[in-house]
Design a protein around this ligand. Structure first.
Ligand code: GLC
Length: 440
């Protein structure tokens, strides 16, 4: 059994740390400008113009079942979709606003279709819900608000009552956690309490747990969906630490106690979460696979994002990236699911340009070759510990020797504790080859 123990939290994280790989879906009106999901903030788009997106939002090609099939094929076991992003637009049929998908040409509850389709494919269901709301009339204008530079920003903000907004969030979270069956993850985003504006914007205030009334919001969620996993972005620590757009270099620890925590890196296929037509920084197949391996090798989960188009499909670049995962996971999923960081006494054997993961029952060690070596892999310290070795993707035997490289050449490595894997000269046709070591 894995010796790593994580800090206890209220939610049920057991399935989560087995499943390891999920799909993030950022979808909203911002898919129409197709220039980043923060576009309303970045370009300070006037309400009258942003209303055009609402007026013409018509995802006629949305087929949630196709997304669910693609997620499943990619090896993803759960998904988290934006029910409302910072723009405030609701992808579900909320009673508490008119600013929702059913009132656009879409005419449908897009969240309902997502839930039904993903659940039918056997995936767990998560909801992203933005704490920030750039549409709600009671959300006070602050440094991140699209109206922050309006000459009359302060007057516009007067009378806005964050208490009413906090109640609105509880109403909506109540709907989301009541009307769609079992929900596995609630992903709030995000807090910026303690920050304030500068100069003539000094009156602007960031927002945090007092503003969101996080305690009440979370109590409600826990009451409606016991066991649900909740992230830490309400400014109240819950189940999930969520590093974003960077790869942690070690297993994340609790800031005060130093305990290991349950963590999930969220990453994008390109540089934007929402559909971005002209963005060009799409990650290579090697990078996509390495990010997943790097994450599990440090005991984390990966939530990889897609930003569907406003027509409702995943564009060819996203499809190609998902196909990279599908091809790899189909034959290598065993080194990801139910796996975690290798035991401390094994980590010292890690050769260069490689990563270990280890099955949570401790019986199998997976060696991921980031750079394919010629013609041996030397694992110092593993002599006597491995019963059998094979490539994971085709279960073909990898021969090994112990104590020395089997070759007469001068300088061929020796060492009592050395385990030497003998590799074929040609890298097998998988982006990152994996060697499965059955431990004694
Ligand atoms: C950020 C951004 C956002 C994105 C999120 C995902 O906090 O505000 O657009 O939804 O990260 O982690």
């Amino acid at each position: 059994m894995s010796s790593y123990v994580t800090r206890k939290t209220p939610g049920d994280t057991a399935w989560f740390t087995r499943d390891r790989f999920g799909m993030f879906i950022h979808w909203g009106l911002y898919a129409m400008p197709a220039r980043h999901e923060w576009i309303k903030n970045r370009e300070m788009i006037p309400e009258a113009h942003y209303d055009l997106y609402f007026k013409y939002f018509d995802p006629d090609l949305y087929d949630a079942r196709a997304w669910a099939r693609q997620a499943k094929a990619a090896g993803m076991k759960y998904a988290v979709m934006t029910t409302k992003h910072h723009e405030g637009f609701c992808m579900f049929d909320s009673q508490f606003t008119d600013y929702k998908s059913t009132n656009t040409p879409a005419g449908r509850d897009l969240v309902r279709e997502y839930v039904d389709a993903f659940r039918a494919e056997g995936l767990r269901i998560g909801f992203y819900y933005s704490l920030i709301d750039w549409h709600h009339p009671d959300f006070p204008i602050d440094m991140l608000h699209p109206r922050r530079e309006d000459p009359d920003a302060r007057q516009q903000s007067e009378g806005r009552d964050i208490r009413r907004y906090a109640a609105y969030m509880r109403d909506q979270v109540g709907e989301l956690l009541t009307n769609y069956g079992k929900i596995d993850i609630l992903w709030f985003d995000f807090s910026y309490g303690g920050r304030h504006g500068e100069g003539d914007k000094a009156w602007m205030r960031g927002k945090g747990k007092e503003d969101w009334e996080s305690e009440a919001l979370i109590a409600l969620a826990r009451k409606l969906q016991p066991g649900i996993i909740i992230d830490n972005r309400t400014e109240l620590e819950q189940d999930l630490w969520t590093p974003e757009q960077y790869q942690p270099q070690e297993w994340i620890r609790h800031a005060e106690t130093g305990e290991l925590v349950t963590w999930e890196a969220c990453q994008t296929l390109s540089g934007s979460w929402g559909y971005h037509r002209d963005e060009q920084t799409w990650k290579s197949p090697e990078m996509l696979i390495r990010m997943l391996v790097n994450t599990v090798a440090l005991g984390g989960n990966l939530l990889m994002n897609v930003g569907p188009t406003a027509r409702g499909y995943l564009d060819s670049r996203a499809e190609a990236a998902l196909a990279v995962y599908a091809d790899w996971m189909k034959v290598n999923g065993r080194s990801i699911y139910n796996c975690t960081m290798a035991e401390p006494d094994l980590l010292g054997s890690l050769p260069p340009d490689a990563r270990f993961t280890q099955s949570q029952d401790g019986k199998r060690l997976y060696l991921h070759l980031f750079a394919y070596p010629f013609a041996h892999v030397l694992l110092k310290g593993l002599a006597g510990r491995v019963d059998y070795a094979q490539f994971l993707h085709d279960a073909s035997e990898i021969k090994f020797t112990e104590g020395a490289v089997r070759h007469f050449s001068e300088g061929a490595a020796k060492g009592n504790d050395l385990l030497v894997l003998e590799l074929p000269p040609v890298k097998p046709p998988v982006v990152v080859p994996v060697i499965e070591l059955f431990l004694k």
